[in-house]
Design a protein around this ligand. Structure first.
Ligand code: FAD
Ligand code: DHB
Length: 392
């Protein structure tokens, strides 16, 4: 077996790995992406849906924003619904910015298509990926393809393989410090063939638990319900999901939640997780491989993109000048944003979810929502974090 040589070996074809590969290509830096799943699986996996303005800007600058510009839904606000009433947070007025609702799997489709059109190499269905020798100047990645072992020799490894990937656990013990919080609830998410019932997202706080109304297109609604952390979907027939959503999202006589066939259902657990540092030797962790946020602030994908933007700049500096100054500061630069986003995601989650056991919390949360929706300063703080802090 003759090893293949590239400059940057990237593990994982999620948003982090694909954006990195594309950014490097634009600087004339070669990479190979190794992905354990099939192309179809990656392109159909339903996950996040909200893009910050900075993510949208970057995708446009990268030349992969054409379809997003046509099909993405630009939103200038969200609604917070509690005590049966809706309150709009006006992003345009408060920040001058907007967010774009465009499914993560659509971003993935656009990125894969662009990489392949540029003769980029993405190896799908790579088995048994192993990252090696990343504490030396000559890292290697071994994997198997249809049972045949292959090897890539590279200058750097980017661990973009998500929370359950192989890169983070390959770092020797004692190097990384993990910070973690696990929440005692999860989200049951559905995709339904029904027209969205509101033009904007609705985040609802309700005594029965949190609910979220989002969308993917003028005909497809995405909805979430707070549930147990390991809820069994068998306990949730479609009729029960709709009745629970109707109750939690109720918003006055004239508002009605449109129902339709449920196309997809899933349960996601919730955690906050960060490792420090995000690098070891010549391996850099990016996106969910290094940190997880609970989904309430819609930040996971955006944070993954922010990491690889920093990494691409560092790698560019290395290949153009030989300096590792920026690469050496990769963790420090990324972690500043990571912790600000962790704080926001934790805060949105605590604010909007029902915490069992202490009625004091319920009153306190209602007071906070009241303050948030009646104070310009408080609304502005939510808005500037939600649309996305400026990229470094
Ligand atoms: P990922 O998208 O996880 O990509 C990692 C890639 O690496 C995957 O394609 C995986 O198949 C591949 N991989 C893993 N292990 C290996 C290996 N050993 N070898 C090769 N390849 C490997 N965020 C929100 O904001 N809102 C949401 O509603 C939301 N829903 C989510 C639902 C689920 C089920 C999950 C898991 C996440 C959700 N997120 C959500 C978070 C958001 O989708 C992630 O933050 C985002 O995908 C991070 O991108 P990434 O590229 O870092 O990782
Ligand atoms: C969606 C997901 C989120 O986590 C969120 O906060 C808002 C919207 C979505 O999937 O559309």
């Amino acid at each position: 077996m003759k090893p293949t040589r590239t400059q940057v070996g990237i593990v994982g074809a999620g948003p982090a790995g694909l954006v990195l590969s594309h950014l490097l290509h634009r600087e004339g830096i070669e990479s190979i992406v190794l992905e354990s799943k099939s192309r179809q699986y990656c392109e159909e996996r339903i996950r996040a849906g909200v893009l910050e303005w900075g993510t949208v800007d970057l995708l446009n600058q990268m030349g992969v924003g054409e379809r997003m510009k046509r099909e993405g839904l630009v939103h200038y606000g969200i609604e917070l619904r509690f005590a049966g009433r809706g309150h709009r947070i006006d992003f345009k007025d408060l920040t001058g910015r907007a967010i774009t609702v465009y499914g993560q799997h659509e971003v993935i489709k656009d990125l894969i298509q662009a990489r392949l059109a540029d003769q980029g190499q993405i190896v799908f269905e790579a088995e048994d990926v192993r990252v090696q020798a990343f504490d030396t100047p000559r890292p290697k990645i071994q994997y198997a393809l249809s049972g045949n072992v292959q090897e890539i020799h590279c200058d750097f490894i980017a661990g973009c393989d998500g929370f359950h990937g192989v890169c983070r656990p390959s770092i020797p013990s004692g190097i990384l410090t993990a910070y973690e919080r696990i929440y005692p609830f999860g989200w049951l998410g559905i995709l339904a063939e029904a027209a969205p019932s509101s033009e904007e997202l609705i985040y609802a706080y309700h005594e029965r638990g949190f609910a979220l109304h989002s969308m993917r297109s003028p005909k497809i609604t995405r909805l979430y319900l707070q549930c147990g952390p390991e809820e069994d979907l068998a306990n949730w027939p479609d009729a029960k999901i709709w009745s629970e959503l109707q109750r939690r999202l109720a918003g006055g006589k004239e508002w009605k939640l449109n129902e339709g066939p449920i196309l997809q259902k899933g349960v996601t657990g919730m955690r906050s997780f960060v490792v420090e540092p995000m690098q070891y030797g010549r391996m850099f962790l990016a996106g969910d491989a290094a940190h997880i946020v609970p989904p309430t602030g819609a930040k996971g994908l955006n944070l993954a993109v922010a990491d690889v933007r920093v990494l691409a700049r560092g790698l560019k500096e290395f290949y153009f000048s030989g300096s590792t100054a920026l690469l050496d500061r990769y963790s420090e630069i990324c972690l500043r944003r990571v912790w600000r986003v962790q704080r926001f995601s934790w805060w949105m989650t605590s604010l909007l979810h029902r915490h069992e056991g202490n009625p004091f919390d319920d009153r306190r949360q209602l007071a906070e929502l009241d303050y948030l929706t009646s104070s310009r300063a408080a609304s502005q703080s939510l808005a500037e974090n939600y649309v996305g802090l400026p990229l470094d």
